[in-house]
Unconditional design. Structure first.
Length: 230
């Protein structure tokens, strides 16, 4: 055991485990970000506020029950590194860790604590093959562990890979995402309160397309969770 600990300490010296936000060395009890940066995450706390700004983004577009985001996402901020590492650097575990932290907050809301099923926004199989994982699914895994509800990754499927949304108008974004999702198993969703999970809410068009696909299900209600909101 002592030899193993010495080996681990040696690896830490050669390949230090650094906080993804501030770059400082992590303690052995810390994962991906230090306690100081965790404390300083710019949380929205929108899960405690009905008719919050995230929910208002969906008003008049698609019916939702509740919506929230864990923290404010701002380009150039230190916390952008977390999502960049999750989405583009293969660091899928950060989604799981942040999902657990966010899940602990959601337990303070009766609305979010009452969800029956977690569904991550699916990737197109081609993109999944390239990236090797779905970052939203890893966020969902963390939420699932804390909220004690299952995650379903097969009922909602992405059948078309839409082109980038950059520089598109609101209507063009709607057209760009129309019909890109379908349900492979509607029965498992009947009568359920669904928590739809994504990494960052920007235009919201992809999430809206998911909701339009889901809401045809009998007695379903859909809430939305994202790690960040732009």
């Amino acid at each position: 055991m002592k030899k193993q600990n010495l080996f681990i300490d040696l690896l830490d010296l050669i390949y230090p485990n650094l906080c993804l936000v501030c770059g400082e060395n992590l303690l052995k009890s810390e994962q991906h970000l230090c306690l100081n940066c965790l404390h300083n995450i710019p949380k929205t706390n929108y899960h405690l506020l009905t008719d919050n700004p995230v929910e208002k983004r969906f008003w008049g577009k698609v019916p939702i029950y509740r919506a929230t985001a864990f923290f404010f996402f701002q380009k150039g901020s230190p916390f952008q590194k977390l999502l960049h590492s999750l989405k583009y650097k293969g660091n899928k575990e950060i989604g799981f860790v942040l999902g657990k932290y966010a899940g602990a907050d959601l337990l303070d809301s009766l609305d979010f604590a009452s969800v029956d099923l977690i569904i991550p926004v699916p990737l197109h199989p081609k993109k999944y093959k390239i990236r090797g994982y779905n970052q939203s699914e890893w966020i969902g895994k963390g939420l699932s562990e804390i909220l004690k509800v299952p995650q379903n990754t097969t009922a909602l499927c992405r059948i078309y890979e839409n082109v980038t949304q950059t520089k598109k108008s609101v209507f063009e974004r709607y057209e760009n995402t129309e019909g890109i999702f379908e349900l492979s198993d509607r029965e498992v969703l009947i009568g359920k309160h669904i928590l739809l999970v994504d990494d960052v809410l920007t235009t919201g068009s992809t999430v809206e397309a998911c909701i339009r696909t889901l809401i045809g299900t009998e007695n379903i209600k859909v809430s939305v969770f994202t790690l960040g909101v732009a």
